[in-house]
Design a binder for this molecule. Structure first.
Ligand code: HEC
Length: 290
């Protein structure tokens, strides 16, 4: 195999194997140094984002038909190494800092693929200009896809092509017609969003349990269903929020902000499928963010 191809493939194959070996399983773990290198993903990802775009710009500027000029060669190498570095930190970030879920998996594999493509763009630098430009365009496309999925993880769905909420509402984007009060949507969901979903949602899936939809709670986690309609005893989530203050299994964990009495009462009534009185609902909403 040509040395250039080997040099491009070997680290990326190793990266893909690393991602398979250290998958995102929602558990936070040490050693500290790997957790910190993982955090650098957020910083490192800006390098390839900028450089991959600059390479074809210089190609057009320099107009070398046969072989890419020295600026293009250097930038292309740095962008390939940068994409690899960002993906490498990303694999560590996902594994050591407690990420999991479909969105995380897609982002991770799009990132690893982007690293292959960025290396590929470097490998074909000796080819005709058209082939170089196609390879560079492909690398940018895959990188953009990875960035888009990553953006959706951090921001809302539809990022970055969806303006903020205020703008959307002023423009009169059709809003759902006002529907009858719904205890889950109006009372329970805001409580769970503000106290539970940060650790039991798309980004972090502690105890393999997601709490961002009723279906997910019915499905449950390691200990089985978190929610069983009409059955408080079998609903693990209710057991966990009603433990003693010093019990290690208490949810949210003792160091987090705790549910107030009205919120626990609202959750109890909802599991028992009884209506939540307005006074309880009002008290329950005080502590919830949304
Ligand atoms: C700071 C992070 C954090 C927050 C916030 C949090 N949890 Fe947890 N939760 C965990 C961790 C870690 C585990 C796994 C260890 C364990 O089972 O105690 C867990 C496990 C659970 C389990 C057991 C899942 C299973 O099947 O093993 C339930 C039920 C649960 N949490 C409910 C809740 C509820 C309800 C809330 C909100 C009121 C909440 N959690 C908020 C971190 C959190």
């Amino acid at each position: 195999m040509r040395p250039r191809l080997l040099l491009a493939l070997a680290p990326n194959v190793a990266l893909a194997l690393l991602a398979l070996w250290l998958g995102p399983d929602g558990t936070e773990r040490g050693p500290a140094v790997l957790s910190i290198i993982g955090n650098f993903h957020i910083l490192a990802l800006h390098v390839p984002a900028a450089l991959l775009l600059i390479v074809p710009l210089f190609e057009v500027w320099e107009r070398h038909e046969e072989a890419a000029g020295v600026t293009v060669r250097r930038l292309s190498l740095i962008s390939a190494v940068g994409t690899f570095g960002a993906s490498f930190c990303g694999v560590l970030h996902a594994h050591f800092n407690g990420f999991a879920g479909e969105g995380v998996e897609s982002h991770l594999w799009a990132g690893v693929t982007a690293s292959f493509f960025a290396a590929g763009a470097w490998v074909v630098l000796g080819q005709a200009r058209r082939i170089r430009l196609i390879a560079q365009g492909a690398a940018i496309a895959v990188m953009s896809l990875a960035a888009h999925v990553g953006g959706e993880l951090v921001h809302d769905d539809g990022f970055p092509f969806r303006p903020n909420k205020a703008v959307r509402e002023n423009r009169g984007v059709t809003k759902a017609p006002p529907s009858a009060p719904d205890d889950y949507r109006d009372v329970i969901q805001p409580i769970l969003e503000s106290h539970c979903v940060g650790c039991h949602g798309a980004k972090k899936v502690k105890g393999k349990l997601r709490m961002d939809s009723v279906e997910a709670m019915l499905k449950g986690g390691e200990e089985g269903p978190a929610l069983v309609h009409g059955d408080l005893k079998k609903s693990v989530l209710f057991a966990r929020i009603t433990l003693d203050k010093d019990d290690d299994d208490l949810m949210p964990p003792a160091e987090e902000s705790q549910l107030n009495a009205a919120q626990i009462e609202a959750i109890r009534l909802w599991i028992e499928r009884k209506p939540i009185p307005a006074t309880v609902a009002k008290e329950a909403r005080v502590g919830a963010r949304k």
